[in-house]
Write a protein that binds this ligand. Structure first.
Ligand code: AVI
Length: 333
């Protein structure tokens, strides 16, 4: 007799009596943040918890998927218009790379941008340190000053980063993972750090056919599903929770009214979860909202930048207008 995967998962889920909550490795603020999200009427978690070491590698794999157009579309825009972008920035700037990951995007632009100093900023310390040691060998003339920080926290650059000629680099449409309100607050903070003579080079994912968007966040071989489900393993580690990933399934769809992709984890059966200092029951079909990825128009994002004190002086898109790279300068001194 053969057993379908769904039936097998269902049986496992029904038979699994939950394991006791484990040891929490996160600090008190992290555990409190996770706990508050899980206990909210609509359970939610911050997308920053996707990025443990495995999550960062899974995100790299997502970027290779045929369905996930943003990475290759943005790369094609850089390849085609990089020289013009470099003219806007000018050589010898300090390039501050927000959410640098493996630093590959910025590094591929070094020959064109010719920065004097490179400041990769990321939440994942291991990932960043590995990338930086390779970069130092490849580009010995560029001063590299890595900064491990959560971009949701106030951005404080170390004194070794000169105040003049700062160009912030925020590719990959990560700005879409903030709500528009949070995005303006974040960009205002960047604006404060830019000074009068700096700027921001930013990648923005644009509104398009929802079928293209849905496929990009629910790929055929399940890499995005693994990325979403790995969050539960990370919560187990950070908060000592006892999530069983087999009891959850990945859900992703475009919410037209909000102009955003939503990712959720949906309980396959009625279950309960414990973590350090908290517990919650989930009904079958109940969801944890794990990520938003907002999609903008060029006009809409130009307005958002203006609200944050920036003036757009360059916009480059692909032929299909799926993605935009924009350069913005300080709108006032
Ligand atoms: C990091 N960020 C821009 C990605 C996005 O497209 O919103 C995260 C992601 N989530 C699922 N796939 C990719």
């Amino acid at each position: 007799m053969t057993l379908s995967r769904t039936a097998a998962i269902h049986m496992v889920a029904q038979q699994t009596s939950s394991k006791p909550a484990g040891v929490a490795h996160g600090d008190a603020a992290t555990i409190a943040d996770i706990s508050a999200g899980l206990l909210a009427p609509q359970a939610t978690t911050s997308p920053k918890y996707f990025y443990d070491s495995l999550g960062s590698h899974l995100f790299e794999a997502i970027c290779e998927l045929p369905e996930y157009y943003p990475t290759r579309t943005e790369a094609a825009i850089f390849a085609r218009h990089g020289a013009e972008m470099a003219q806007r920035l000018g050589p010898g700037a300090t390039l501050v790379d927000l959410g640098a990951g493996n630093c590959a995007k910025a590094a591929s632009l070094f020959p064109l941008l010719q920065p004097r100093q490179y400041v990769p900023v990321d939440i994942s310390s291991d990932f960043l340190q590995q990338a930086v040691s390779q970069l130092r060998q490849r580009f010995p003339a560029i001063a590299i000053t890595p900064l491990v920080t959560d971009l949701a926290q106030p951005l404080l650059l170390p004194p070794s980063v000169p105040a003049a000629r700062r160009q912030f680099f925020y590719p990959g449409s990560s700005i879409g993972n903030f709500t528009p309100h949070e995005a303006v607050a974040f960009l205002r903070q960047v604006r404060e750090n830019v000074g009068a003579d700096g700027g921001l080079l930013i990648g923005v994912d644009l509104v398009k056919d929802p079928a293209v968007l849905d496929a990009a966040y629910d790929d055929a071989i399940g890499v995005t599903a693994a990325f979403n489900l790995n969050l539960l393993r990370h919560l187990n580690h950070l908060a000592g929770a006892n999530f069983d990933p087999l009891q959850w399934r990945h859900v992703a769809f475009f919410n037209d009214a909000e102009s955003r992709i939503e990712m959720h984890l949906e309980a396959r059966c009625a279950l309960s979860v414990q973590w350090q200092g908290g517990e919650r029951s989930f009904a079958q079909g109940e969801r944890i909202h794990t990520e938003n990825s907002y999609k903008y128009t060029v006009a809409g994002f130009t307005r958002l930048l203006a609200d944050a004190g920036f003036r757009v002086d360059g916009t480059w898109t692909d032929d299909a207008h799926w993605f935009a790279v924009m350069h913005a300068a300080a709108a006032y001194a």
